[in-house]
Design a protein around this ligand. Structure first.
Ligand code: CU
Length: 208
């Protein structure tokens, strides 16, 4: 075999290894999902499903221990969940992070939820001061957006604000959602790293 043929053969083998690595490491990777439980109640004949998150300033383990994230009930960064079309999606977030503040004050409003409202520690609210937002839960395609009130800087360890809201699941499809607070400390304008990574500050709601 000539030199050229040898180089070609080696190149093909290397390309195959690279493709194989990509397929097994990335395409075959299934992100952790968020458990969705069906409530015993119905509202106007619609099933009510519960989705629960915790938002933290730092995940504490895994690939990016210092990244901010939405966690599922197992404590893993996770932003993927699956709900039935037409259901009432009731989201509860144990919000444990401090405020970073919004760049666009519009996202301080509660929009697109049932009654355009949320409860924060059981108190009904329709907006917060944009400076006090730690994160938002926003599904742009549905006009759903909820600001998450940050815990005070001097709050004791373990302090949290429990934020709850409901919206009606749309027809089937995949809907992107994300946080609009530039909360990724230490990245360019706070919008790098976890703000750009599915599973941390952005995710997908699948409706079927
Ligand atoms: Cu955020």
């Amino acid at each position: 075999m000539g030199l050229r043929a040898s180089i070609a053969a080696v190149s093909i083998v290397i390309a195959g290894v690279v493709v194989g690595f990509f397929v097994t490491q990335y395409m075959g990777h299934t992100p952790p999902t968020v458990t969705v439980s069906t409530s015993a109640n119905t509202v106007e004949g619609r099933p009510v499903v519960d989705v629960t998150f915790t938002t933290v300033a730092a995940v504490g383990s895994g690939l990016h221990p210092n990244w901010v994230a939405y966690l599922n009930s197992d404590g893993n960064p996770s932003t993927y969940f699956h709900v039935p079309a037409g259901s009432v999606v009731r989201i509860t977030i144990d919000q444990q992070d401090g405020a970073s503040g919004l760049r666009n004050p519009y996202f301080g409003l509660v929009r697109g939820t049932v009654g355009n409202e949320m409860t924060v520690n059981h108190k009904v609210m329709t907006s917060i001061n944009p400076d006090d937002a730690a994160h938002t839960f926003t599904i742009p395609d549905l006009g759903v957006s909820v600001p998450l009130l940050g815990v005070a800087d001097n709050a004791p360890a373990g302090a949290q604000n429990v934020v709850q809201f409901e919206f009606i699941a749309p027809p089937q499809g995949t809907y992107r959602w994300q946080c609009f607070v530039p909360c990724a400390a230490g990245t360019l304008y706070g919008n790098g790293g976890p703000m750009q990574t599915l599973g941390y500050m952005a995710g997908e709601m699948t409706v079927s």
